[in-house]
Design a protein around this ligand. Structure first.
Ligand code: HEM
Length: 199
């Protein structure tokens, strides 16, 4: 459980409320649990993840502590899945990224990226069962913090708890989180790695 020992901050509650539908929509379209999902499809999906995470993480710059970098784990996974350094360098990168202009918007982007490490625990286990992969052979990104996942999440929640309580700043954080989900889903759709939109 990601629950912090203290009660959730109003900002965390607003982020959860504001992105609940985004998470549902993306989760429903991600193919991890599709019947025909195989190692080749997993590699294509991770390549598309790379195209979003690498440029977004670069833009987060100093807002994100270096220990939270996830692009190195994605790179290692792609190498384990037999992409060369040149293949990885040539991957298309998303240009339509959420705007990061201050601490408030950076926190919204980070909420989505950090929160995905929680779902990553479920996905790591599923990819181990379905594809026989482990963090060395291809699920390093899904398990980027390993046994420290809960600690990293709680320390991010502490940072959220110290954020400005000004309504405009809180609204900017929620807006940035929504945009992050939307940009990511749009990008993955463009890369043709998602299930069709339902109905
Ligand atoms: C099939 C894919 C996914 C599954 C099965 C999944 C599953 C989950 C689960 C089970 C949690 C709650 C974890 C807990 O309470 O311990 C969670 C939280 C979260 N996930 Fe996902 N997830 C998926 C994809 C994603 C993606 C791709 C993102 C973002 C890019 C994301 C962002 C988040 C966020 C922000 C939270 C934190 C919610 C909160 O506690 O405030 N998830 N996910």
């Amino acid at each position: 459980m990601p629950a912090s020992s203290s009660s959730p901050s109003p900002l965390l509650l607003a982020l959860r409320e504001g992105t609940r539908d985004c998470h549902k929509s993306l989760e429903a379209r991600l193919p991890f649990f599709q019947a025909h999902f195989d190692a080749a499809a997993y590699s294509r999906l991770l390549q598309a993840y790379y195209g979003f995470h690498a440029p977004l993480e670069a833009r987060l710059g100093d807002y994100q502590e270096p220990v939270r970098a996830k692009t190195p784990a994605l790179t290692l996974d792609l190498q384990a899945l037999h992409l060369s350094a040149a293949d990885i360098d040539a991957l298309p990168l998303c240009q339509a990224l959420p705007a990061i202009k201050d601490e408030a918007s950076a926190l919204g982007v980070m909420y989505v990226m950090e929160g995905s490490t929680l779902g990553g625990q479920v996905l790591k286990k599923a990819m181990s069962e379905r594809l026989g992969l482990d963090p060395v052979s291809g699920t390093g990104f899904l398990d980027v913090y390993g046994a420290r996942t809960g600690n990293y999440w709680r320390s991010f929640l502490d940072r959220l708890g110290q954020a400005s309580t000004a309504p405009a700043a809180q609204a900017a954080t929620v807006q940035a989180a929504i945009e992050t989900f939307q940009c990511f889903e749009r990008w993955l759709g463009q890369r043709n790695v998602l299930n069709q939109k339902p109905g």
